[in-house]
Design a protein around this ligand. Structure first.
Ligand SMILES: NC(=O)c1ccc[n+]([C@@H]2O[C@H](COP(=O)([O-])OP(=O)(O)OC[C@H]3O[C@@H](n4cnc5c(N)ncnc54)[C@H](OP(=O)(O)O)[C@@H]3O)[C@@H](O)[C@H]2O)c1
Length: 306
């Protein structure tokens, strides 16, 4: 497009330059003068040439941006870290498929779409197979460069302490955090394979590791089980999709000040702002390759021990 537009712009420049110099001469009442002076050319020809040159540049940049435009699909994009991912990729000019359970209540996504019309808000509960299938059918032939399995729940704290276990709550946490990510990944893997960037990411947590800050802390059984399981299965997905050139990575947001940490976990320690956390994770995602994506990366760039 850029190459094709160059000669066209040059021809257009020439045509407009001649036409306007003749008009200009007529306007000045210089009908007797049939030649265009060097001064005429310098005044008007150069002006129009610059205008057309600028237009050509704007069109070339727009077409280059269109050529670079990539698509990201984010689960749980209506609030917290998912919303920040949507904001960041929308600001980059990407097509953003921002999925959430209740689009009718996703005011922040609506506001983002006003600023960035390339944001598409779609309904998706990651535990609802029929919704997953429906969305996958809708985007069947649409390459997805990056799939971010962000949706997750902490689970009721009281139900996951020793002595108060609740099997239904355990299943809800595992369904959302583990099976949900797997089911969404399975449904959209062909879209990722068909894309240019070919990346799938899931959100892990230090609570899912056997080492690090949680190694001497009890409790939070379901959530930590879910993130350990997620680490393991996403690694398996990475091995299975490697032959298609897909890179599968895990990122951890640190202690990010979202509803999950503040309201659900009642965390009182220092927190990182969600936007900062997401900016760090996106940097890690940008840098993911087949060679380095085998370990989870924290938002600050540090590799996490399992
Ligand atoms: N914040 C942290 O410090 C932290 C640390 C480590 C890992 N993480 C992980 O980061 C991810 C995002 O967490 P967050 O802090 O942004 O949490 P959040 O503020 O509680 O947001 C969670 C998001 O997940 C969505 N969600 C929950 N269940 C869903 C389902 N079944 N289907 C689709 N969407 C669902 C929520 O949608 P609704 O609005 O409909 O509920 C919401 O959009 C989670 O996987 C979490 O485990 C967070």
């Amino acid at each position: 497009m850029v190459l094709a537009f160059g000669p066209f712009a040059a021809r257009l420049c020439g045509a407009i330059r001649l036409t306007n110099l003749v008009d200009y001469a007529a306007l000045r009442g210089e009908c007797r003068r049939t030649t265009i002076t060097a001064a005429d050319y310098a005044t008007w020809g150069g002006f129009y040439e610059k205008c057309i040159g600028s237009l050509a540049m704007v069109l070339a940049l727009a077409s280059a941006e269109a050529a670079n435009a990539a698509t990201v699909l984010i689960t749980g994009a209506n609030r917290g870290l998912g919303l920040e991912f949507a904001r960041l990729y929308a600001n980059r000019g990407w097509d953003v498929i921002a999925t959430c359970r209740t689009p009718a209540e996703a005011e922040d996504l609506d506001a983002l779409k006003v600023q960035h019309p390339k944001v598409m808000i779609e309904e998706l509960d990651v535990t609802d197979q029929s919704e997953i299938d429906g969305l996958a059918a809708k985007y069947k032939d649409h390459p997805i460069d990056l799939l971010i399995n962000n949706a997750g729940i902490l689970g009721e704290l009281g139900d996951q302490s020793l002595g108060s276990f609740d099997h239904e709550e355990f299943k809800r946490v595992m369904d959302t955090n583990v099976y949900g990510a797997l089911a969404v990944t399975q449904a959209f893997k062909d879209n990722v394979i068909a894309s240019e960037h070919k990346k799938i990411v899931a959100m892990t947590s230090v609570a899912g590791s056997l080492v690090g800050p949680w190694q001497n802390i009890g409790g939070l059984y379901y959530y930590r089980a879910s993130k350990s399981a997620l680490n393991n299965v996403m690694r398996a997905v990475g091995i299975d999709l490697k032959k298609h050139g897909v890179v599968v990575g895990l990122v951890a947001p640190g202690a990010a000040g979202t509803d999950m940490l503040r309201d659900d976990f009642k965390y009182k320690g220092p927190m990182v702002a969600p936007a900062e956390s997401v900016a760090g994770m996106v940097k890690a995602i940008d840098g993911f390759t087949q060679e380095n994506a085998s370990h989870p990366i924290n938002y600050d760039g540090e590799a996490l021990d399992w």
